[in-house]
Design a protein around this ligand. Sequence first.
Ligand code: PMP
Length: 425
Amino acid sequence: AKARFIANNPLSKAQHELAAGALPGGNTRSILHTSPFPLAMKQGKDSYVWDLDNHKYVDFVGELSAGLLGHSHPAIYRTIHHTLTETGLSLGATTTHEHAYAELLCARFRLDRVRMANSGTEANLHALAAARHHTGRRRVVVFSGAYHGAVLSFGDGVAAPNTVDREEFVVVPRYNDLEMARRVIAGVEDLAAVLVEPVQGAGGCIVGGREFLVGVREAAREKGAVFILDEVMTSRLAPRGLGVEMGLEPDLVTLGKYLGGGLAFGAFGGREEVMRVYDPRVAGSLPHSGTFNNNTLVMAVGKTALGEVYTPEVCVEFNKKGDRFRDRLREVANGSRLSVTGKGSLIGLHFTEDGMQEITCGEDVKEKARPDLRDLFWFEMLEAGFWVTKRGFIAMILGTPHEDLGDFVEAVKVFLERHQAILIV
Ligand code: PMP
């Protein structure tokens, strides 16, 4: 499969070699590097992408969940065009667009106050700064497998080497283990915040249990720490985000991805009492900067994305479609080394030695992972015309036709049958 991949993609291979002359490793996003070389895409339209060698794919990467609306949604194009011609890009001043989108975000996600940023990473950094300023404390509890941004990554139970303030983060060794979380949180001195994803996205699309998440919140409250829910990926899963849907009552919520309508975006908000640290009228407040925080284009496009396209009704239907899709994948995977995790329109595919039924944290999967099967699957899905992440993460796109979902289920079935000698447990 790998040899065919190399033979079928000469232009991507050449592009990778050229690009490595200007960019270390040939790109600017580590996650997009794949061996022997990554595919370079040249175009996206609706729910499809085309690579340099002109293969067409059904796009299941969905820009790691930021591409929810697809590559060419007419309402987004219209808003971009209108904003460019009527308003301009970024005005170096506060605008009505900024306020309009803020109102919508507050109403939809039940936030008292919100502030904008350029990415989910920034949203989390500012939320942590708010928590630290509000509590006058420094340390933060996170969970193994968590991804909160480029400089806030906690795979394998440790802070990545490029994590800011590395020594100030305490990592709970297992997600979904409430006993463990309670113990760790109770033992941390100087605790400013507990930061958690309601579904670990990059960590494998692993769903957090309600009891676990509520328990973590209570443990944070007992310590007087700020409970921050990272909904950068999960706000798409319910009309008001998972926090409201699950009754998690976070102090702060961080947002991003599709809420910029496909453009760079981040936001953080929540209780007025905490968000007040960013009110410049209050003595001793924190500065919150960012040249493009309120750029007109993203404010207008984001508002269209959330207000006109991804309405509560659309959100509910879309995630039901995701649940049905996952059920069908689970059905064909039954009895094999493939396990399917996730919620709504976010799906995780895992290859393990015994085809685990219950996956509650990254450590569960890691001990029994079969990266050889995962790689084989990736190469063969590409050949069958499906663009999926190598790690097995699927972020669905709103407009993907039912037939494409059905074809993928069929392709997975064929794959499992073709390799049954190594895939059936
Ligand atoms: N938090 C979560 C849960 C994420 O999934 C991501 C992005 N994958 C981020 C934060 C960071 O967002 P961004 O890439 O926009 O900085």
